[in-house]
Design a protein around this ligand. Structure first.
Ligand code: NAD
Length: 456
C-alpha cells in the first residue's frame, strides 16, 4: 500500500508521576489496560504520511504542523485535606486559519503537554474534515478528577480560566467538555470568563441547556459515531441485526454510542470502564447499565444486578479480543497498540476516543483487513454540535433536538462520503490517510489565502 514510508512510532510511555502524593490520590484504583504512545508522535506520523502523498514542501509543513500558541499555567489549590496541591493547566491553540480555535478541556492525572498538543492538532484536522469554520485547540489539567469533590473541581476550573481567559473568547478560542469534564464544568468556565469580560455564552460549548447549551450536545459524539457506523456498515454490507458491538469506555461517548447503536438493532456484547469489563452474547442493555451507574453502582458489579441476565465479568484484554463486527474504543489514547492489535477480531474499529490506535497497531489492523474509521472523522459529532451551539448562542435562538440531530447526520454523512471517495481515488488508502489529506488541504488553502500570518 502506498504512503507507508514512515516508521510507525509505538513506544509505550509509562504513567507520569503525579505531583500530588496525598494518600487520597495515591490510593486510586490502577489504570486498567490502556498502553500509551507519545501522542504527538502518533498524530505527526499520520500527518507526515498524508503530507508526503500531497507533496507538501517542508516549510509549509512546519507552518501547519506546529502549534500557534502553547500555554502552561500553575494551578495551586487548597483541597479538603488542607494541603496545597499544585496542578498544571494547559491550553494549546494549534491552528486558527479556518476560524476560532476549538477543542475540549480534559481533567486527568496523566494530562501533559505532549498529549494536549497532539489532541489540539487532531482538532485542526477534524474541524476541517467535517468542514465547520473552526481551528483546532485542546486543554487540560493534570488533576485526579474522580477523586475530587464538586467544590475542588470548581476551584480548579475557575483558577484555570482566570489564567487563560486572555486567549479565550467567542471569536478567539472556545473550549468544550472532554474526559472528566461536563456541562457543569462548562457552566463554571462561562461564569468565570463572564466576570472578567462580560457575559458571553458562546465562549464555551457543551453548557447546560439552561445556560445556552444545545439540545443534542450531550449525545452528539456518540450519535456521530453511530452515523459513521451506518455509512461503514452500508459500504461493507453489514446489517444492524447482525452487528455485535464491543465498547471500551462507558462515559459520555461510549454510553451514548451504546444507547443509539442498540436502538438501530445492533447487539452490545461487551463493554468496559476503569472498574473492569463485561460480556454477554445475548446482549447488554445500555439503558439498564446507565441506570445502574447513575444509582452509584460500579460497571463490574452490573453482572450481578437485576435484569443483567447472562452478563459475566471478563478481563479488559479479553474484551478487546471479543469477536464482533464493531469495536468502539471510547476511553483514552493508545488503547489499541502493537501488543493487542493482532488479537482484535472486529470487522471495523470506529474510533470514538481520540488517538486510540498507535501507528504500529494501525498497520496491523490494516493488514488484517479491519476497517478503521478514524477519530478525526468518527468522533467529530461532538464538535459539530458544539458548532451548532455556538451558532445558536450568537443568534440568540434555540433549535429543537430533532433539528440538531438531522443537521448532524447530514454533516457526518457528507464528511464520510468525501473521505471514502478520496480513499477510493487514492488507490484505496486507509480512511485515516484520506481524511488527513482532506483536512490538511483545507487548512493549507485557508492558510495560503490569509497570507501565512497569525490569527486570533
Ligand atoms: P468520559 O470521562 O465521559 O468517559 C471516559 C470513559 O472511559 C469512562 O467510562 C472511564 O471509566 C473509561 N475508561 C478510562 N480508562 C479506561 C480504561 N483503561 N479501560 C476502559 N475504560 C476506561 O470521557 P468522554 O467524554 O466519553 O471521552 C472519551 C474519549 O472520547 C476521549 O478520548 C475523548 O477525547 C474522546 N472524545 C470525546 C468527545 C466528547 O464530546 N466528550 C468528543 C470527541 C472525542
Amino acid at each position: 500500500m502506498s504512503g507507508r514510508g514512515h516508521h510507525a512510532p509505538d513506544t509505550p510511555v509509562g504513567r507520569l508521576p503525579h505531583p500530588d502524593k496525598s494518600p487520597r490520590v495515591a490510593n486510586r484504583a490502577p489504570h486498567t489496560g490502556v498502553a500509551e504512545t507519545s501522542s504527538f508522535d502518533t498524530v505527526s506520523h499520520y500527518f507526515d504520511v498524508a503530507a508526503d502523498r500531497l507533496g507538501i514542501p517542508e516549510d509549509l509543513r512546519t507552518v501547519v504542523r506546529t502549534a500557534y500558541r502553547e500555554i502552561q499555567v500553575q494551578i495551586p489549590v487548597k483541597l479538603r485535606d488542607h494541603g496545597i496541591h499544585v496542578f498544571s493547566g494547559y491550553r494549546v491553540q494549534h491552528n486558527g486559519a479556518r476560524g476560532p480555535f476549538k477543542g475540549g478541556i480534559r481533567y486527568h492525572e496523566r494530562v501533559n503537554l505532549d498529549e494536549v498538543r497532539a489532541l489540539a492538532a487532531l482538532m485542526t484536522w477534524k474541524t476541517a474534515i467535517v468542514n465547520i469554520p473552526f481551528g483546532g485547540a485542546k486543554g487540560g489539567v493534570n488533576c485526579p478528577a474522580q477523586d475530587l469533590d464538586e467544590t475542588e473541581l470548581q476551584l480548579i476550573t475557575r483558577s484555570f480560566v482566570d489564567k487563560i481567559a486572555g486567549v479565550l473568547g467567542p471569536t478567539r478560542d472556545i473550549p468544550a467538555p472532554d474526559v472528566n469534564t461536563n456541562a457543569q464544568v462548562m457552566a463554571w468556565m462561562m461564569d468565570e470568563y463572564g466576570k472578567l469580560h462580560g457575559d458571553a455564552p458562546a465562549v464555551v460549548t457543551g453548557k447546560p441547556i439552561s445556560l445556552g447549551g444545545s439540545r443534542g450536545r450531550e449525545s452528539a459524539t456518540g450519535r456521530g459515531v453511530v452515523c459513521a457506523y451506518r455509512e461503514a456498515a452500508h459500504a461493507l454490507g453489514v446489517r444492524p441485526d447482525a452487528t455485535r458491538v464491543v465498547i471500551q469506555g462507558f462515559g459520555n461517548v461510549g454510553s451514548w454510542a451504546a444507547r443509539i447503536i442498540t436502538q438501530l438493532g445492533c447487539r452490545l456484547i461487551g463493554v468496559s470502564d476503569t472498574t473492569g469489563a463485561l460480556h454477554s452474547q445475548a446482549g447488554i442493555d445500555p439503558e439498564a447499565l446507565a441506570r445502574h451507574l447513575a444509582e452509584g453502582g460500579k460497571l463490574v458489579d452490573f453482572a450481578d444486578a437485576e435484569g443483567a441476565i447472562g452478563v459475566e465479568a471478563i478481563t479488559p484484554s479479553e474484551l478487546m479480543g471479543l469477536e464482533c463486527e464493531v469495536l468502539i474504543p471510547a476511553a483514552l489514547g493508545g488503547a489499541i497498540h502493537v501488543a493487542n492489535a493482532d488479537s482484535i477480531r472486529a470487522r471495523m474499529v470506529i474510533e470514538g476516543a481520540n488517538n486510540p490506535t498507535t501507528p504500529g497497531a494501525d498497520e496491523i489492523l490494516d493488514a488484517n483487513g479491519v476497517l478503521v474509521i478514524p477519530d478525526v472523522l468518527a468522533n467529530a459529532g461532538g464538535v459539530v454540535v458544539s458548532y451548532f451551539e455556538w451558532v445558536q448562542n450568537l443568534q440568540h435562538v434555540s433549535w429543537e433536538e430533532r433539528e440538531v440531530n438531522d443537521r448532524l447526520a447530514k454533516i457526518m454523512r457528507r464528511a464520510y462520503g468525501e473521505v471514502q471517495e478520496r480513499a477510493k481515488r487514492g488507490d484505496l488508502v486507509p480512511l485515516r490517510i484520506a481524511a488527513y489529506e482532506l483536512g490538511i488541504e483545507r487548512v493549507l488553502e485557508a492558510t495560503r489565502m490569509r497570507g501565512y500570518g497569525g490569527y486570533a
